[in-house]
Design a protein around this ligand. Structure first.
Ligand code: ATP
Length: 291
């Protein structure tokens, strides 16, 4: 469980994070979304005890990071900057981290295998591709088998296969009761993965809700063509719908497809097309993220 409670960070004259409250719950993957500079990294760093809040509290399993007993067993993190020494092999890095975390050394090899790096284990991590470095960072986060995972833009540098792999791994983690908080500046990147969405803009939370309810905020839009566009428009508007048209195709908001069909039938206008446009998730996100 992750909770941010009125979390605030002031850097000189810049209020990077401004009274942010949200939670990420066990068994769910929560997407933390915002444009560049919105305050995502600063918030995540406060959760992980790397940046001191100006005000408010960041809690992991009901404790501030600094009060956690055995942190590696409670929370694992993948942050933007790599944490391995480039001259070290992947295995040496992971073994050193295992020792530092008080975890048995054999866990390193299990995890190298789990993240698909077994064959590259003895290469210098400096020679790894960006995607391989991300896999190593994920392995490092998993060392203490923590229930809570925090990932800052982990999809950066991953190819489509890598992204699919990461999705499976995080979904499995949540299915087993884990809590996952993952940041991105692209909702489309996370749409297949997340259950809940938290949108931050200019340091403030704009929306914290199940992803499904975000679709609902846009309502659906109908695309309608018929024999007499003018009559159709009048008929729809008389039922309170909002209609825009290029003179040929009508875009209708505020009616169900069933109601639109009935209205056209009662107006005596044959329809040639009636389709429901699914809302563009990225557009909904951009509208919210722009504040
Ligand atoms: N150490 C710092 N000193 C001063 N200002 C900072 C510092 N860290 C972040 N900021 C400012 O705080 C704001 C939020 O930055 P932050 O990195 O948290 O955003 P972000 O959402 O993670 O963006 P990005 O996607 O670009 O990483 C920005 O205006 C940034 O310039």
């Amino acid at each position: 469980m992750i909770q941010a409670v009125e979390l605030t960070k002031q850097y000189g004259g810049v209020r990077a994070v401004d009274g942010v409250s949200f939670s990420a719950r066990p068994g769910r993957v929560t997407g933390f979304l915002g444009l560049n500079g919105a305050g995502k990294t600063t918030t995540l760093r406060m959760l992980l005890g790397l940046t001191r809040p100006t005000a408010g509290a960041a809690l992991i399993n009901n404790s501030r990071f600094r009060d956690l007993v055995n942190p590696p067993a409670q929370v694992g993190a993948v942050l933007e900057q790599g944490l391995s020494h480039p001259g070290q092999t992947g295995r040496a890095h992971l073994v050193a981290q295992a020792i530092a975390a008080g975890v048995r050394r054999s866990r390193a090899d299990e995890l190298l295998d789990y993240v698909g790096l077994a064959r590259a284990a003895d290469q210098r991590s400096g020679d790894y591709s960006l995607g391989m470095r991300q896999r190593l960072a994920v392995a490092t986060a998993l060392l203490g088998d923590p229930p809570v995972l925090v990932l800052d833009e982990p999809a950066n540098g991953l190819d489509p296969e890598g992204i699919a792999w990461l999705r499976r791994l995080l979904r499995d983690h949540a299915r087993q009761g884990g809590t996952v908080l993952i940041s991105s500046h692209l909702l489309s990147e996370l749409a297949q993965l997340i259950d809940d969405v938290v949108i931050i803009a200019k340091g403030k939370i704009r929306c914290a809700a199940p992803l499904a309810s975000l679709y609902g905020t846009a309502g659906h839009r109908l695309r309608i063509r018929g024999r007499d566009p003018r009559r159709l428009r009048q008929a729809f508007e008389s039922f309170g719908a909002r209609v825009t048209t290029d003179g040929h195709t009508l875009e209708v908001v505020g009616l169900s497809p069933e109601a639109a069909g009935d209205i056209a039938f009662n107006a005596g206008v044959p329809l040639h097309e009636l389709t429901v446009d699914t809302p563009n998730l990225e557009q909904i996100f951009l509208d919210l993220a722009a504040g």
